[in-house]
Design a protein around this ligand. Sequence first.
Ligand code: UD1
Length: 365
Amino acid sequence: MKVLLVAGARPNFMKIAPLFHAASGLGAVECLIVHTGQHYDYEMSQAFFDDLELPKPDFFLEAGSGSHAEQTAKIMVSFEVVCREQQPDLVIVVGDVNSTLACSIVAKKMWIKVAHVEAGLRSFDLNMPEEINRMVTDSISDYFFVTEESAVTNLEHEGKSAEQIFFVGHVMIDNLLRQVEKLKEVDCHSLGSWSLKEKLQGRDYIFLTMHRPSNVDDKEVFSGIVGALNKIAERYPIVFPVHPRTGKMLLKFSLELSPNVMQLPPLGFLESLFLWQDAALVLTDSGGLQEETTALGVPCLTMRENTERPITVDLGTNVLVGNHSTDILAACAKIENGELGKAGRIPPLWDGKAAQRIWEILLKQ
Ligand code: UD1
């Protein structure tokens, strides 16, 4: 079976890595990596290929940045050429970024089967570009590999047949568990973040990530969040790897973060894990970190009104706090009093074996 495994943006790389590694032991599968180039900076792309032990992609499409239409269109045009030349039996797309949408549409129109890994998640918020990507991808995919029960329900409501839906667990957690083990073996002194951790001297600290357009693209909203962060930083140091979008917006709106908010360039996977796994709290608007913190039992406050990953709230350590400064401050104050630092449980099948299950299922189709 010839398979094209598609990745484009940072959160995709940790999802294709377990699929690629699990396929390499299977003689029956030829798995080629297509990198659309949606993310292209060293820290946003190559650093992850290195950390995740992924080989150089077989195809690099150089899509780059642009408006949603420009980026999606560039990926579609280039990916069509790859599909025409390679004639794969299957295209696997992961997650919910523009590359996921673009490549699933191209493949389906060429009568190539499409498997969507991390299918069925819904925030029911169409202001999120990712929600549109998720809905369109799921409307045309052939196989749905899901990470949590809510996704099964959503897909059933959308009329998908039970035979197409496979609750397999989470490939991103496969990767996380592998990297946690790896981190135990590396010499931590060799990590760039070692000196920062030394500087924190065992103090409780907060690990922050933030890049959603709804949080950083609007001056009033972003100023409010920055105000809350500066206040929290009076009590706790905040470690903040800055996403390129967020960095640009901080400059554009001339927003000042307190020196206790330690700004770092975007981090590779291991560097980031090294810092957040020991944080007293993770404050984020990411999709993936909501799940990764749940998997490792680290308290997480998510600066969004909704989540497409409700298991992290129902069972895990995640609490939704929205993006108003007063709500963020109130939630952090509660954590300080020990009220919100949730002790979660590990969701079903988040056991490191999702990629293996996916290949077992695909090889039987
Ligand atoms: C994209 C995904 C989002 C995901 C996020 C993770 C979509 C719609 N959005 O959002 O779901 O959570 O990636 O990072 O697919 N830029 C760089 N270097 C890069 C990549 C981007 O400087 O390597 C700049 C771009 O020029 C742009 C900004 O960062 O100004 C945002 O990049 P873009 O890919 O449009 O969206 P993200 O916010 O990264």
